[in-house]
Design a protein around this ligand. Structure first.
Ligand SMILES: Cc1cc2nc3c(=O)[nH]c(=O)nc-3n(C[C@H](O)[C@H](O)[C@H](O)COP(=O)(O)OP(=O)(O)OC[C@H]3O[C@@H](n4cnc5c(N)ncnc54)[C@H](O)[C@@H]3O)c2cc1C
Length: 402
């Protein structure tokens, strides 16, 4: 009898795992013995099939774009829904020094870009569509919506997952993909390092007078960090990091006032700015789970690693971890084999921990307003401006670690 995997959360990571497993099974990876997958999601089916915009514009690395292509997800994204990221510029306060990060020239397959910008809700929609759940055929995947997981039990022979309606699901393996504040992780008894930054990110799409040239700008100013992420011509995603109360206050203003505040806070670098969407606010907490696997269990996506968006790697890591786990399961033949899960977890920690630690240091350095910190970050920026460091950063951002 085929095995059964229960995935908790139909966010980008949970859907990416299901799609990677489905693709591998179709290519003969697990053949006729492919496991069945049930995805449990607390939101409605409509919210998963046609997700609403949430303000997040995701910078996908070249490696992620290739993986989404292999999974048949990239073709579900329309040409006008993806914008090339040609490079990035990092500025510090009032200093005239600019660190430029350009696309790694060695990868012709990436078309000389650092990556692609795609809205989070478009990625979610594309992942859902690629699963082909709506066409009535059995694709080996069941999506159970409007159901919240309230309990998990495991023993040597299987797992039992309890839902809020009182039903239970029995399976061989459970995968937590239920966000950085994962309750499934707690139910599995896995601890987590949590770093609340005390800041929030405010996001809104803006139309502006100046041309962005496909370049992202990250500006560590005094008391605020601003990023402008290039979308359509003269359209960017404005990203402001400030204390939570300030972000909430700005988000409560009407679109005209929001545009005026963006023009003022960007010091007119992009000319007059007009807000084209309402603002969304995300409190920023970084998380790193103590373990990514356990008996008949694994954590993927933000449930494993909750990155700070400043280095734009949360989904990129989530996708990589989900795809590698699906492949490891198919190679193993037993989706819950302990040695396979441990080896996947070790590899995913090795791939994510260095950038997680670097990001945590960066966040600390750039939110500290003491004179020593200001001098240090100016030095770091200048060191980063040297060719070898710039090249390494470019390779990391465009291709991702191995
Ligand atoms: C402002 C911002 C900008 C970002 N920019 C980038 C970027 O440029 N590049 C990048 O790679 N990443 C970026 N990210 C990170 C990226 O958005 C996340 O890594 C990604 O969305 C996480 O996906 P996930 O599936 O792990 O979790 P989520 O998207 O949080 O999905 C979790 C799902 O689980 C469901 N769920 C939760 N609990 C339960 C339960 N008990 N029972 C059933 N269902 C449950 C939820 O309803 C949800 O659908 C950004 C994040 C933010 C906040």
């Amino acid at each position: 009898m085929s095995q059964h995997i229960i995935v908790i959360g139909a966010g980008p990571a949970g859907l990416a795992f299901a799609r990677a497993y489905q693709c591998g099974a179709g290519r003969g990876g697990a053949g006729r013995n492919a496991a069945r997958i049930t995805i449990v999601e607390r939101q409605s089916r409509d919210a998963i099939a046609a997700p609403a915009p949430d303000g997040r514009e995701i910078a996908l690395t070249g490696q992620s774009v290739r993986m989404l292509g292999d999974l048949g997800v990239w073709p579900m994204i329309l040409a006008e829904e993806a914008w090339p990221l040609q490079g990035a510029r990092v500025l510090d306060g009032g200093s005239s020094f600019v660190m430029a990060i350009d696309a790694h020239r060695g990868r012709a397959a990436d078309g000389g870009t650092l990556g692609m910008m795609v809205s989070n809700h478009i990625i979610r929609r594309a992942l859902h569509d690629a699963l082909g759940l709506e066409n009535g055929q059995d694709k080996g995947i069941d999506l159970v919506c409007d159901a919240t997981v309230t309990g998990i039990e495991r023993n040597d022979s299987g797992v039992t997952v309890r839902l809020d309606g009182g039903e239970t699901l029995s399976g061989d393996m459970v995968i937590a993909a239920d966000s950085r504040f994962s309750t499934a992780r707690a139910m599995l008894g896995i601890g987590v390092d949590m770093l609340p930054t005390g800041k929030s990110m405010l996001l809104a799409r803006v139309e502006h007078e100046a041309d962005h040239g496909g370049l992202a700008s990250e500006w560590f100013d005094y008391g605020q960090t601003i990023a402008m992420l290039p979308l359509a011509p003269k359209m960017s995603s404005f990203v402001l990091t400030v204390p939570h109360a300030a972000a909430q206050h700005i988000a409560s203003l009407g679109s005209e006032a929001l545009g005026a505040i963006i023009t003022e806070r960007t010091h007119g670098r992009w000319g007059q700015c007009q807000a084209r969407t309402p603002a969304h606010v995300y409190p920023l907490t970084m998380t790193y789970s103590h373990h990514f696997s356990g008996q008949r269990a694994a954590l993927i996506g933000d449930a494993a690693v909750g990155m700070h968006p400043v280095t734009a790697h949360g989904f990129n890591f989530g996708l990589m971890g989900a795809v590698r786990l699906a492949r490891a399961m198919q190679r193993s033949g037993d989706v819950a084999r302990g040695a396979m899960l441990r080896s996947w977890a070790i590899r995913h920690r090795a791939a994510t921990l260095p950038l997680y630690i670097a990001t945590r240091s960066l966040v600390g350095l750039y939110t500290d307003e003491h004179v020593a910190a200001r001098l240090t970050r100016r030095a770091v920026l200048r060191l980063g401006g040297t060719a070898p460091v710039r090249g390494a950063l470019s390779r990391l951002l465009s291709a991702n670690a191995g």
